[in-house]
Design a protein around this ligand. Structure first.
Ligand code: 0RA
Length: 647
């Protein structure tokens, strides 16, 4: 893709072709990552990325995505429209080249930043190759053109089917993913929504509309018909709006600080805002791709942040104590978006989401240093508030370090001394071992009697554990219940965390199915999410699903997880059945607890996953943070789900 000329006007000869399409259908995962849900959604992103490229080049302001009833997708944009002139080498339209030749693209215009990291930018031909059917319409130069494809092959030549206003340009692609290739063919509204909202934040001024024709909403249109689900994402504020969105349930300390600078073909944009929270929320993007693994841009940002704050303290007379802040201290309570556009990004790391370009670190560092120093000098009051908070963090960290040293000396967090309340299992292999963390001593007692000692360990908890969202590390470590959990797991936490030391590969939270139980589950998940995230990321955390009902008919016994199961069962076996509702786990005897909730052959356990860090983080903030109103609203609208909380 190198011998591209930079001539201003586009013509069909600009397109560079690298290969045929049969390879794509043979090994789809090579091109879209997988043939499951993520690959399926990648098809949509591939088209949208092209439309966003048009927007970055200044030609597109509107993108609409519609999920049709039959799970096909229509993407429309008002960009320039894919070129339709005849490609001299292939003797077919440029559009057909783009749709049938691997890695064909026309937009190597170095003045714009192509979305081309990781799996992105594989080309529209991959979408057409992996679609059972695809229909494309282009409006360009006052004409409408259309063509249809099947599994990547056109069924007829591109034809002009009508005329349109000369100013009316754009591309519409309607595709039906090939169900002989994909193992998942149902699009997930939430997955698309998260990415589209993110793209709207990252590309201010682009209007993105998501419609779901599979779902009707309660409101009615002017003719009295139920409306389809439809959302619009459009943010004039761009990443400043993103930061405000992330912080909407937090108590903030400043209006977002915004930095923008274009330098050496690189465009850097940063928005940052502090809140009184203890965790940090820093997301970085390169050419609209979320760099989950970080990289040189993030390192540059972090380095500059620490240095700028320390310099400010050094120069200022407002701070008596001249403590040196660490990088962690200055990020406590920080929400930030770092978005950089780089012409030739090098993506590294396991998931190709780590920026490798070494020159970027210094560029970001110097821009942030200059802009932030100026900001602090111009806003001394805010500077003092933020720095006071960082100083508190520094002192707390020091206290926590001392506390940890103490606990370390006693090997408190090491598994040499397991907590007295833990009834451990005989099995030594973590992969075969399970730990039940059980709400209440009485249920804990039943669980100890009912378990299979060979591979099941029980740790009873007394009531509710400390809310780690509202406490700094030293307080967290002084909670006996929490250190019991950490010690039982064996991994320690934070920088000492070591997944290899995990003693159980199934950690099952077992609490009642009522509101108190759901609160306990949330507290537990908050602890894991904030201090031992890898446990969730690796799928080691589960939630037990104890039954709510025991139904007896004759000498048969049935357990039902919820009201619906109970009602369905009664319909099936008749209403003379004897129904017992369990108020809590404590009411079950050891055998019942084993049979219904602990026996691997019978039980239902839900694996906890982090689908979306942004959404999960907000949920924790709502459920566990200080603001009462959002929590009340959330619980009122999601009362049912809260009872069965699964994140
Ligand atoms: C190749 C070249 C040009 C634009 C596009 C492709 C293009 C692709 C898609 C996919 C969805 N929407 C799109 N919009 C545009 C450059 C066109 C020019 O120079 O006029």
């Amino acid at each position: 893709m190198t011998d591209q000329k930079d001539s201003g006007k586009y013509d069909a000869s600009n397109i560079v072709v690298l290969g045929g399409l049969d390879a794509v259908r043979k090994r789809p995962a090579m091109y879209i990552g997988s043939v499951s849900s993520s690959g399926l959604h990648h098809m949509v992103y591939e088209i949208i990325d092209n439309a966003i490229d048009e927007a970055l080049a200044g030609f597109c302001t509107f993108i609409s995505i519609t999920i049709e009833k039959d799970n096909s997708i229509i993407v429309t944009d008002n960009g320039r429209g894919i070129p339709v002139d005849i490609h001299p080498k292939f003797n077919m339209s440029a559009l057909e080249v783009v749709m049938t030749k691997l890695h064909a693209g026309g937009k190597f215009d170095k003045s714009t930043y192509k979305v081309s990291g990781g799996l992105h930018g594989v080309g529209l031909s991959v979408v057409s190759a992996l679609s059972k059917f695809l229909e494309i319409q282009v409006k360009r130069e006052g004409k409408v053109y259309e063509q249809k494809y099947q599994c990547g092959t056109p069924t007829a030549k591109l034809e002009s089917t009508g005329t349109c206003d000369i100013k009316d340009t754009g591309t519409t692609i309607h595709f039906w993913p090939d169900d002989s290739i994909f193992t998942e063919t149902v699009f997930d509204y939430n997955i698309l929504e998260t990415r589209l909202r993110e793209l709207a934040f990252l590309n201010k001024g682009v209007r993105i509309i998501l419609k779901d024709h599979r779902i009707e909403e309660k409101e009615k249109d002017t003719e009295g018909n139920l409306k389809v689900r439809e959302r619009e994402y459009y943010y004039e504020g761009g990443i400043v709006s993103f930061v405000e969105f992330l912080n909407k349930n937090k108590r903030t300390l400043n209006t977002p600080i915004y930095i923008f600078k274009a330098k050496d073909k690189i465009e850097l944009e940063i928005a940052m805002q502090y809140s009184d929270a203890y965790n940090e929320n820093v997301y970085s993007f390169v050419n609209n791709i979320n760099t989950v693994e970080g990289g040189t841009h993030l390192i540059g940002f972090k380095t500059a942040l620490t240095r700028t704050f320390n310099n400010y303290i050094e120069k200022s007379n407002s701070f008596k104590e001249k403590i040196k802040l660490s990088s962690d201290d200055v990020r406590e309570g920080l929400t930030a978006i770092i978005s950089i556009k780089v012409p030739e990004p090098q993506f590294e790391g396991q998931t190709k989401t780590k920026l490798g370009n070494s020159e970027i670190k210094g560029i970001v560092d110097s821009i942030v240093n200059t802009s932030l120093s100026t900001y602090l000098e111009e806003n001394p009051k805010i500077a003092t508030t933020i720095i006071e908070k960082s100083l508190l963090a520094a002192r707390a960290r020091e206290a926590a370090r001392k506390a940890r040293e103490l606990t370390r000396r006693k090997s408190f967090l090491e598994f040499s001394t397991l907590p007295g309340k833990l009834a451990d299992c005989a099995e030594q292999d973590p992969a075969k071992s399970e730990l039940f963390i059980v709400e209440g001593d009485s249920a804990g007692g039943s669980a100890k009697q009912g378990r299979k000692r060979e591979f099941q360990a029980i740790l009873p908890l007394k009531g509710k554990i400390l809310n780690v969202e509202k406490a700094r590390l030293n307080k967290v470590l002084s909670s006996q219940e929490i250190t019991n959990i950490i010690t039982a797991l064996g991994t320690s936490i934070e920088e000492d965390f070591d997944l290899k030391k995990l003693r159980y590969h199934k950690i099952i939270i077992m609490a009642d199915s009522d509101v108190d139980g759901s609160h306990i589950r949330t507290l537990m998940l908050t602890l894991f999410y904030r201090y031992m995230k890898a446990l969730i990321e690796n799928g080691y955390i589960y939630i037990a699903q104890p039954p709510l009902y025991l139904i007896k008919k004759g000498n048969q016994k049935f357990y039902c997880l919820n009201d619906k199961e109970k009602d369905d069962l009664i319909l099936k076996i008749g209403s003379d059945a004897n129904v017992q509702r369990y108020k809590g786990l404590g009411e079950m005897n050891p055998e019942q607890l084993w049979e219904t909730t602990m026996d691997p052959d019978n039980r239902v356990i839900k694996q906890v996953t982090i689908e979306d860090a942004v959404a999960a983080d907000q949920l924790f903030e709502i459920l566990m943070g200080d603001e009462v109103q959002p929590r009340r609203e959330f619980i009122e609208t999601h009362a049912k789900e809260v009872v069965n909380l699964d994140i």
